[in-house]
Design a protein around this ligand. Sequence first.
Ligand SMILES: CCCCCCCCC/C=C/C(=O)SCCNC(=O)CCNC(=O)[C@H](O)C(C)(C)COP(=O)(O)OP(=O)(O)OC[C@H]1O[C@@H](n2cnc3c(N)ncnc32)[C@H](O)[C@@H]1OP(=O)(O)O
Ligand SMILES: NC(=O)C1=CN([C@@H]2O[C@H](COP(=O)(O)OP(=O)(O)OC[C@H]3O[C@@H](n4cnc5c(N)ncnc54)[C@H](OP(=O)(O)O)[C@@H]3O)[C@@H](O)[C@H]2O)C=CC1
Length: 274
Amino acid sequence: MAREGTEHWPATPPATALFADDLLDGEVALITGGGTGIGEEIAVAYAELGADVAIASRNMDHLEPVAERIEATGQSACATTVDVREMDRVEEMVETVTDELGDITVLVNNAGANFVTPTESLSANGWRSVVGTILDGTAYCSMAVGERMIEHGEGGSIISMGATNSVNGAPYHAHSGAGKAGVHNLMQTLGAEWAKFGIRANTIAPGIIETEGIAGAVGGELPEMLLEEIHADRFGQPADCVPLAVFLASPAANYVTGAYYSADGGHLLPNVPF
Ligand SMILES: CCCCCCCCC/C=C/C(=O)SCCNC(=O)CCNC(=O)[C@H](O)C(C)(C)COP(=O)(O)OP(=O)(O)OC[C@H]1O[C@@H](n2cnc3c(N)ncnc32)[C@H](O)[C@@H]1OP(=O)(O)O
Ligand SMILES: NC(=O)C1=CN([C@@H]2O[C@H](COP(=O)(O)OP(=O)(O)OC[C@H]3O[C@@H](n4cnc5c(N)ncnc54)[C@H](OP(=O)(O)O)[C@@H]3O)[C@@H](O)[C@H]2O)C=CC1
C-alpha cells in the first residue's frame, strides 16, 4: 500500500539533503504530538538542522523513542506529557519545556484527532474529543506559548497543522473539517494581532498522509479509490510535510505570516473540466 514515490512524484528527500545543517541553530521548538507520524518526522528534522526540540502528547511511550532520536543528533530533547484539551496541563507543559530547554521560539501545533463517521451518528462527546484536540488544543498552546514569546520580546514562529478538509467541507469527518477550518482562521488572527511582537503564525494543510493515525481514523487501510482524487497518484508520506515546516520555522519565512500552504499532491485541484 505504501507509495513512497513514483516516477513523476518521487519521495521528498530528507531535510538534511535540502537545507543547510545549521538552519535552525539556536531555535527551541515545541512540537505537540511529536511522538508519532508527521510530528515525529518534523521533530527529528528540526534537531538535524540544529534546533533543541521538545515533544509532548498524552502517552510517554510514544515520546521516549523520539526523544532518543533527537538526542542522537547531538541536540537537547525534552519529552513531557500533556492533554492539549486542558489549559492547565498546557501551562504545565510550557513551563517544563522552558525550564529544560529555554524560551520556546518555534511552536508546532501538530497534535490531532479524527475518526470517520456519518454526522447523524456523531455524539456530542465525539465532536468535543476531536474539536477539543484540534481547535481548543491549538488555541491553548498558542496562547500559552505566545504569552511567553511576547514577554521574551524576540518574536517566534507558530505553525499549525491544518488539513485540506478545511476548504470544501469534510463529509463523514465534520468535526475534523470544522476544527481545521478554525485552526486556519485562528492562525490568520494571531498573524495579524501578534505581528507587532514579531510572531508569525501560519498553517500547513496536509492532504492524505499515510500514518498510523489516519489508518486508525478511517478504521483500517486507506481505500485505494481515494487515489482517483489525488493528482500525484500516491498518498503522501510524513516526509512530504517536513520541508514546509522547516521553511516556516526558519528565517527564510521572515516575511511570511497568516499563510496557508497545502502539501497534498494536488488533492484539492479539480480533475474534471466542469
Ligand atoms: C473516507 C476518507 C477519509 C479521508 C480522511 C482524510 C482526513 C484528513 C484530515 C485529518 C486527518 C487526521 O487528523 S489523521 C490523525 C488522526 N489521529 C488520531 O485520531 C490520533 C488520536 N485519536 C484518538 O485519541 C482517538 O481516536 C479519539 C477518539 C479521537 C479521542 O480519544 P479519547 O480517548 O479522547 O476519546 P474516546 O473516549 O475514545 O471517545 C470520545 C467519543 O468519541 C466517540 N468515538 C470514538 N471513535 C469513534 C468512531 N470511530 N465513530 C464514532 N464515534 C467514535 C466515542 O464513542 C466517544 O463518544 P461517546 O460514546 O458519546 O462518549
Ligand atoms: N495523516 C493525515 O492524512 C493528515 C494529518 N493531518 C494532521 O496532521 C497532524 C499529524 O497527523 P498524523 O501524524 O497523521 O497523526 P497521528 O495520529 O500520528 O498524530 C497525532 C498525535 O497527536 C497526539 N495527540 C492526540 N490527541 C492529543 C491530545 N488530546 N493531547 C496531546 N496530544 C494528542 C497523539 O499522541 P498521544 O496519543 O500520545 O496523545 C499523536 O502523537 C494532525 O494534526 C492531523 O490532524 C492533517 C491532514 C491529513
